[in-house]
Design a protein around this ligand. Structure first.
Ligand code: THU
Length: 131
């Protein structure tokens, strides 16, 4: 909780004012931080979860075992659909997703498969290719 609290200070969110911090943890217990990074061209915004996962992959992590997502909303917020899809690629159905409110202290723990029960997965590309 204290790591997420200091990490959220790095959120670059001048347009929404909605700060998010995320920590992805790999199979070896290594932690990789991310914050949301917004842009004056709004659509280029990147969510904290994807920054954390891409940071992990860039740093040499193979599989993500769990991810923490923290905001200052009273009720913990779930990841957006795009982030869930990225979690499906690098974590898989049993990956733990822990949502935290840094305001109320509320914590909600899920498995990815409960948040995204019908993920599009790499194996589905097999057989769908032309020629
Ligand atoms: N955001 C995240 O970083 N993660 C979430 O789970 C929800 C949304 C960011 C994107 C944008 O910078 C701000 O929150 C408002 O949508």
């Amino acid at each position: 909780m204290s790591r997420l609290r200091s990490l959220i200070e790095r959120s670059y969110s001048p347009y929404s004012g909605f700060r998010v911090a995320s920590i992805a943890v790999d199979e070896e217990g290594r932690a990789y931080p991310g914050v949301n990074v917004e842009n004056a061209s709004y659509g280029l915004t990147m969510c904290a979860e994807r920054v954390a996962i891409f940071n992990a992959i860039t740093s040499g992590a193979r599989r993500i075992k769990r991810i923490y997502v923290a905001s200052e909303a009273e009720e913990p917020v779930p990841p957006c659909g795009a982030c869930l899809q990225v979690m499906a690629e690098h974590g898989g159905p049993d990956m733990e997703v822990t949502l935290v409110s840094l305001t109320s202290g509320a914590i909600r723990r899920y498995r990815l498969k409960d948040l995204l029960p019908h993920a599009f997965t790499p194996d589905m590309l097999e057989g769908g290719r032309s020629e």
